[in-house]
Write a protein that binds this ligand. Structure first.
Ligand SMILES: [Mn+2]
Length: 318
């Protein structure tokens, strides 16, 4: 968890893991001239954070994070807190909760395109003030690059820019990434500084090597009635998942990536008739996500099946 608390009246709670989580914080910094506190975290942290500090804020924006049952119970039981919360998330697996609770805001598509936490929050900020500093091409392009990289929209002309942002985020980490783009010189179009582009290039080579080594170390096995490929890996989960999914597209239903360092699993797929958000929930109730990209945290519910896969994996390497 990363906290930047300066006794402001606004708090952004956003997703720590990727550039979509960073995007909302950057936009908030620019829009409110950095008069905003932020906390970067994952889903299970939200309830604890709210319990601890909700009363210090007038507005709390929760971005790119679904609300789990403890966060929902906490907010539903506290009218004053409920009034302060604005929620911006885009995970299809949570749509059912959004119908039950007015404070949950899940939008998956805008104009037939998958949206992102950053895009939803951007649209909200524009609705507050059309003449604001972020209503220009530079930020529209930043938002689109972030969106298409987050939802893996390969048809967007901004996909390479989005992927470059993803690489930069993984090299620099959240704080440096946020600070660079919160104070970057605004130009006609969104661009990444030459200096960073060189770093991104060499990191992309390292990424390619990593993905290739993951491709060579896959376990093919079964989960329920599905044929799956299991990877034990810790980096570049979407790239690893998609590379494996396309290599084995004729033999498997989806890819399971087990990240023991983060105690987290990711599911990636290529099939239209399989909803990985639902499958993630079948592993553990904390699971969720999109149809073709989902995940869950390893806990008591799923430890036996994960243990079985890890052992199978180890034996297959003997
Ligand atoms: Mn997202």
């Amino acid at each position: 968890m990363i906290r930047k608390i300066n006794n402001n009246k606004r708090l952004v709670i956003s997703h720590i893991d990727d550039i979509d989580g960073m995007g909302s914080v950057i936009l908030a910094n620019v829009f409110w001239n950095s008069e905003v506190d932020y906390i970067l975290c994952t889903i299970p942290d939200i309830a604890e954070i709210l319990k601890e500090i909700w009363f210090n804020y007038e507005n709390i924006y929760i971005c790119d994070l679904p609300l789990d049952s403890s966060a929902i119970d906490l907010i539903a039981g506290n009218n004053e807190l409920k009034e302060k919360i604005k929620h911006f998330d885009h995970h299809a697996s949570e749509l059912e909760n959004a119908q039950k609770y007015s404070f949950i805001n899940e939008v998956v598509y805008i104009n037939d395109k998958m949206t992102s936490g950053t895009e939803l929050f951007y649209n909200y900020l524009l609705s507050l003030n059309k003449k604001c500093i972020i209503n220009q091409d530079y930020f529209k392009e930043f938002v689109e690059a972030t969106r298409c990289a987050d939802v893996w929209d390969l048809n967007s002309p901004f996909i390479n820019l989005g992927r470059a942002l993803g690489t930069l985020h993984s090299i620099l980490g959240p704080q440096a990434y946020i600070s660079i783009f919160s104070s970057a010189k605004i130009q006609k179009h969104f661009i990444i500084d030459e200096m960073y582009l060189n770093i991104i290039n060499s990191a992309d080579n390292a990424k390619e090597n990593y993905v290739n080594s993951c491709l060579e170390n896959v376990l093919l096995t079964n989960y329920q009635n599905y044929k799956i490929a299991v990877s034990l890996s810790e980096n570049y989960r979407s790239f690893v998942g998609n590379a494996i999914a396309s290599k084995y597209q004729d033999t498997i239903d989806f890819v399971l990536i087990i990240n023991l360092q983060k105690m987290k699993c990711s599911l990636r797929g290529v099939k239209d008739n399989i909803d990985l958000g639902e499958i993630a929930k079948s592993f553990a109730k904390n699971g969720g996500g999109h149809k073709k990209a989902a995940g869950f945290f390893i806990n008591a519910e799923c430890i036996d099946i994960i243990e079985k896969f890890v052992l199978e994996y180890i034996k297959s390497k003997k």
